[in-house]
Design a protein around this ligand. Structure first.
Ligand code: HEM
Ligand SMILES: CC(C)=CCC/C(C)=C/CC/C(C)=C/COP(=O)(O)OP(=O)(O)O
Length: 309
């Protein structure tokens, strides 16, 4: 356990929180892509879901993801106060009391799980509850401060949303939804380690054993390349499972090849620029993969029904 007997950044009494402070606790920018992959699970799943229920399912995933982010910020308030990237967050900056942030996260988490079960599907509700629990207890409270494999195993939490969306429609877990999980699971290490490479000082100061801190940048870069090489065929696999079409096959092949090239540039780099570029591209890469999957699926659906007229 990291012993952080660090003087907390004293920013004086809480000067009245604003709604924006609480919204910030939900990590909306990060969770927007998380929710986007959850929507993909809904759109790609076979069968029909009423659009209103689909919207409720997306909302529950969004609220559940945000709630897990708020609880994560409550638990990590000590290390957030030490890292330059996070010191201005609502809790370390004194804008939100820790107990209020925790209550906010717990209430939203409970509400998202109950509403998903009552309104949409108990299978999706169970998966949502498990995802929240995995991120809070397995990643944030257990692995993050103990092992450089923290984000590899913890990455599972971020990979569940497409399975939650799929279960909201079908009530179950099937091979294609497991493949979408695997795609994000393999994407997470190169996504995060690219950031960790240029935020290494933060994590060293905070005593968090991220891979670059423990194994060093060279080993981390080699592992990032390995993950992008494994990810390339896995990201193409939806085409062979019938959930992606020819456009997706070409797009995912090109995007995956460029992601590998990013990793090669990071491996050869003598400064942080390639790592920063790879981190940024990792987000665009995942967004485009899921956008291509959903876009093709929706267009082919329209063409089919249009053709059936
Ligand atoms: C355990 C897994 C993950 C870790 C450790 C991780 C880590 C991070 C960190 C530290 C940041 C910078 C955030 C900030 O400074 O506020 C970030 C940004 C981001 N992450 Fe990840 N991430 C993970 C999984 C995911 C997943 C699964 C997604 C989406 C499916 C995702 C999407 C994003 C996005 C969109 C941003 C940019 C946010 C912004 O522009 O401020 N991340 N990630
Ligand atoms: C539906 C549901 C519950 C979805 C959850 C999805 C999920 C777990 C996404 C991971 C997002 C993320 C930024 C993790 C990093 O935590 P960190 O503590 O390493 O990041 P930080 O240092 O920026 O706080």
């Amino acid at each position: 356990m990291t012993d952080l007997s660090i003087e907390r950044v004293s920013t004086g009494p809480v000067s009245g929180s604003t709604p924006g402070d609480y919204i910030e606790l939900l990590k909306p920018r990060v969770m927007s892509l998380v929710v986007f992959t959850g929507l993909a699970g809904i759109v790609l799943a076979p069968g029909h879901i009423h659009p209103v229920l689909a919207a409720v399912a997306v909302l529950c995933i969004a609220v559940g993801a945000g709630a897990s982010g708020a609880i994560n910020m409550w638990y990590d308030r000590d290390i957030d106060a030490v890292m330059t990237r996070t010191v201005r967050r609502p809790i370390p900056s004194g804008r939100v009391e820790p107990d209020n942030a925790l209550a906010f996260g717990v209430i939203l988490a409970a509400a998202s799980v109950v509403v998903m079960g009552l309104a949409v599907s108990w299978a999706a509700s169970a998966l949502l509850a498990m995802t929240i629990g995995f991120y809070v207890f397995v990643y944030t409270m257990w692995l993050k401060r103990r092992t450089p494999q923290n984000i590899v195993i913890g990455g599972a939490a971020g990979a569940f949303p497409p399975m939650i969306g799929w279960a909201a429609v079908t009530g179950g877990v099937e091979l294609p939804s497991i493949l979408l999980f695997l795609l994000i699971f393999l994407w997470t290490p190169p996504h995060f380690w690219a950031l960790a490479l240029f935020r290494n000082g933060d994590y060293t100061r905070a005593g968090v054993p991220m891979m670059p801190v423990v194994a060093g940048p060279d080993s981390t870069k080699r592992q990032m390349l390995a993950y992008t090489l494994v990810l390339l065929p896995v990201a193409v696999a939806p085409y062979f499972l019938g959930i992606g079409g020819l456009t997706y096959l070409i797009g995912s092949s090109l995007l995956g090849t460029y992601f590998v090239l990013c990793a090669v540039r990071v491996l050869r780099a003598t400064d942080d620029k390639p790592a920063k570029r790879m981190f940024g591209f990792s987000i665009l890469y995942l967004f485009l993969l899921f956008a291509l999957l959903m876009g093709e699926h929706l267009v082919s659906g329209i063409l089919t029904t249009g053709g059936g007229a």
